[in-house]
Design a protein around this ligand. Structure first.
Ligand SMILES: Cc1ncc(CO)c(N)n1
Length: 246
């Protein structure tokens, strides 16, 4: 089965991050991508700009894609503001597939990509929604101080589960040296700590969060359960970090 995955994400023309990285990851996992840009972005060494997509076009693109066949999963990347969020939600309101929500508000270099608040993301919670915050985003979603240990990550993942997400993956890629590396997956009544090794990466290999969430959506769309889907998506990202290819 080829999962058909809707990607709602910002377009970054070089494909290091954002929509083009998402498309590459979904295709590499054997899925078909439906790529709807929520914003145009320019992210260079000295240049940065974001222009949100027109909500009407966003709704039309999602609706048109659904007219040609079912979606098996949805990945939410950058959503620049409340109007794009409300429009995309409305265009998907009768869809019951898994949503993977990557609550990315800043680029890895710290530039602001979205005006959404933690409250907006918490309002996306549901039993078939898997949210993938990094440590900083998890603390932000919960209104807590910075998370610095695997135990903090575990506690945050469980607290976000309590807020109504079907599953929560807190990505520990930025845990301090000496903490080891671990991602934590919490879902109904079960928390799994997935340890990993720190990989050296050339600076141009960005978009790991985008690729993880998109590979995860492809796996969930194929019917894989959350834990196996997360393991497959982590392998995808490891391969990307090692080789620079999806
Ligand atoms: C469009 C886009 N999405 C996500 C990220 C996060 O890396 C980024 N820098 N740009």
């Amino acid at each position: 089965m080829r999962p058909r995955v809707l990607l709602l994400a910002g377009l970054e023309p070089t494909g290091r991050a954002g929509l083009l990285a998402d498309v590459a990851a979904v295709r590499a996992r054997g899925g078909d991508a439906v790529a709807v840009p929520t914003a145009q972005t320019a992210q260079g060494a000295h240049t940065f700009a974001v222009v949100p997509a027109s909500p009407r076009m966003l709704a039309a693109q999602v609706t048109a894609a659904r007219e040609w066949g079912p979606l098996h999963a949805v990945k939410w990347g950058v959503v620049p503001g409340p109007s794009q969020l409300a429009t995309a939600k409305a265009a998907l309101k009768d869809s019951d597939v898994w949503w993977v929500v990557d609550p990315v508000v800043r680029s890895s270099r710290g530039q602001v990509l979205s005006r959404l608040t933690a409250r907006h993301y918490l309002a996306l919670a549901g039993p078939r929604v898997l949210v993938t915050p990094n440590l900083e985003e998890a603390a932000w979603l919960l209104g807590r101080p910075a998370l610095g240990t695997v135990e903090d990550a575990q506690e945050a993942a469980e607290a976000l589960c309590q807020r109504g997400f079907g599953a929560v993956l807190v990505k520990g890629g930025h845990l301090p040296e000496g903490q080891g590396l671990a991602d934590v997956l919490a879902s109904a009544g079960r928390t799994v700590v997935m340890r990993g090794r720190r990989l050296k990466r050339p600076p141009e290999r960005r978009g790991t969060g985008c690729r993880l969430a998109s590979a995860l959506a492809a796996e969930l769309g194929r019917g894989t359960g959350p834990e196996a889907a997360v393991r497959a998506a982590r392998e995808h990202v490891t391969g990307y970090l090692r080789t620079g290819r999806d």
